[in-house]
Design a binder for this molecule. Structure first.
Ligand code: ZN
Ligand code: MN
Length: 136
């Protein structure tokens, strides 16, 4: 994440803590996760501060909002195009930085100029997979 220039918000210590938490974070945290983590140091911080900061960062393109978890929005400070591998049990999300040669057939794509894609792979991570085997 670019270092905090022009996020369109006054950089209070609390907002800086949010930015620091997000910088290089690969856990794809939800607003709630971020709130919990940062409020350890800033107990008076409100959830609205977290939410508004995330909203500004997203608007400016510094973070991506992920809709892969229907229960909650999650955020990704890595805005480079990449794909995700999602554990359906523990909801952990892993990044996949690889190119897959996916072509839409001409009759589907029409005049649409495709500039990217985001593929979500679902499954069980090794930890959850082991637990699953034990239960059977
Ligand atoms: Zn898992
Ligand atoms: Mn990601």
């Amino acid at each position: 994440m670019q270092k905090y220039k022009d996020i369109g918000l006054k950089l209070t210590p609390q907002r800086l803590a949010i930015l620091d938490f997000l910088d290089g974070n690969m856990d794809h945290p939800s607003a709630d996760d971020i709130y919990k983590a940062v409020s350890v140091r800033y107990p008076t911080m409100s959830f609205a501060t977290v939410y508004n900061t995330l909203d500004s960062l997203r608007e400016k393109g510094y973070i991506t909002e992920l809709t892969i978890d229907p229960a909650k929005k999650r955020f990704d400070p890595c805005t480079k195009m990449h794909h995700h591998l999602i554990c359906t049990s523990c909801k952990r999300v892993h990044d996949i930085h690889a190119d897959f040669l996916l072509e839409l057939p001409e009759q589907v794509k029409g005049d649409f100029r495709v500039t990217g894609n985001h593929i979500e792979f679902y499954g069980l991570c090794p930890t959850c997979d082991k637990g699953h085997e034990r239960r059977i």
